[in-house]
Design a binder for this molecule. Structure first.
Ligand code: ASP
Ligand code: MG
Length: 417
């Protein structure tokens, strides 16, 4: 009998009526002969509410206690879902992560899963029960509850699917799949039937927040087929239709069809650019500039060092906009005088737009199409970076939506796969 894992997000679990619908959907799969493990999130808004209460008590609560608190949202969900399945005459049993046990490290509020014990779950599945496991959490070596970070239920679901050797992990959410770009920016954006996990990783890290990025890494590392699909359809929709709906995150070697050059356009509005001007061009300079930035826990993304003139160069890099002030302070206070830079300039109104696609490996001219399209729109490129399957440009934030729309059209993304 094929085993599948279903994950339901907060919106899908948002009310007792929605939970009843989840139960009907799960029961339908069980009736069709599947073994099922369900991994729900907390009811929508619940995790925020819990963390909000903690912050009313003190601004920086102890991370262990925060996890103790935040993990309760999912415990409510699993119990209610078990009851909803019982009401349909199904045998179902719910577990918190620590009961399974899902073992994690002790990095509270951002723990990583280390191992998952399959004994209880296998026993229940073999007895014909539907097993429901809290998302987002596990237990560390000392018995403390630890959570996996916001959005962590996706990662729980994929990890459980891997540990239990499931056939597929289905992530039910409030959108019906992964799109060529954000449909709020480009109304012609199209749902992708498949996307490779590498593309998904790029799109997820660039702000398409359909899945927690670590769940995509898990799916990729362990080759777990993972499907993103809607939980807002009629729960009794025919299984033949449901099993091919949404977007399947697949593996490149599985897709033998002719690849399109580009799969999607990702963007990130909230970037900032910093330039250290008139830096003496000598060994160690990049380290002396970026070392203190890294020590302040600021993530640097794009980097350019200019050709030097008379032994002096300019060094430019980008950081998330929220870290702009802090980065400027670090540079002004502990870098500028130390390295003998002339000045520091910054621009916190820049955005990043990227074209993503494994098809880039076999198509030439992607970069030139991208640059031509932007030039035809009169958009100035401030920085460029590339990887094997992605080309990113940094531009003035006021042109971001225009750039995304123009590129979507230039790469013909509105037309079918
Ligand atoms: N309930 C947690 C959160 O809101 C985990 C999740 O929903 O994936 O972040
Ligand atoms: Mg989520």
């Amino acid at each position: 009998m094929a085993l599948v894992v279903h994950k339901y997000g907060g919106t899908s679990m948002g009310s007792t009526d929605r939970i009843k619908n989840v139960a009907r959907r799960v029961a339908k799969w069980h009736d069709a002969g599947y073994q099922i493990i369900v991994v729900p999130s907390a009811m929508s808004g619940e995790t925020n509410r819990l963390i909000g209460m903690a912050r009313e008590i003190m601004p920086q609560p102890d991370p262990r206690e925060l996890d103790m608190l935040a993990s309760t949202g999912e415990q409510v969900s699993v119990a209610l879902l078990a009851m909803a399945l019982h009401a349909l005459g199904k045998e179902a049993v719910s577990y918190a992560g620590w009961q399974v046990a899902i073992r994690t490290d002790s990095a509270f509020t951002k723990a990583r899963i280390q191992s998952i014990d399959d004994v209880k779950v296998t026993r229940d599945l073999d007895a014909g029960r539907i097993v429901i496991i809290t998302g987002f959490q596990g237990v560390d070596g000392d018995g403390n509850i630890a959570t996996l970070g916001r959005g962590g239920s996706d990662t729980s679901a994929v990890a459980i699917a891997v540990a239990m050797n499931a056939k597929e992990c289905l992530i039910y959410t409030d959108v019906d799949g992964v799109y060529t770009t954000d449909p709020r920016v480009v109304s012609e954006a199209r749902r992708l039937n498949t996307v490779t996990f590498e593309e998904m990783l790029e799109m997820a890290s660039l702000g398409s927040k359909v899945l927690q990025i670590r769940s995509v890494e898990f799916a990729g590392n362990y080759k777990m087929p993972t499907r993103v699909l809607s939980s807002l359809t009629d729960p009794m929709i025919a299984l033949e239709e449901e099993t091919v709906s949404g977007t399947l995150i697949s593996f490149e070697e599985d897709t033998n069809m002719e690849q399109a050059a580009i799969t999607g356009i990702a963007f990130n509005r909230d970037e900032a650019k910093i330039t250290v001007l008139g830096v003496p061009d000598r060994p160690g300079i990049a380290f002396q500039i970026l070392g203190p930035v890294a020590e302040a826990n600021i993530e640097v993304d794009m980097i350019i060092q200019n050709q030097s003139v008379d032994g002096k160069t300019d060094f430019t890099f980008t950081v998330p906009r929220g870290e702009y002030q802090k980065s400027m302070e670090v540079l002004t206070n502990s870098v500028k005088a130390h390295i003998g830079a002339a000045s520091i300039a910054g621009d916190a109104k820049v955005s990043k737009v990227s074209v993503v696609g494994v098809g880039m490996r076999s198509h030439v001219g992607i970069a030139s199409t991208m640059f031509r399209t932007l030039s035809e729109e009169g958009i100035n490129i401030l920085m460029i970076s590339t990887s094997e399957i992605k080309i990113s440009v940094l531009i003035d934030e006021k042109y971001m939506e225009l750039a995304v729309r123009a590129l979507h059209k230039a790469f013909d993304l509105e037309n079918a796969d």
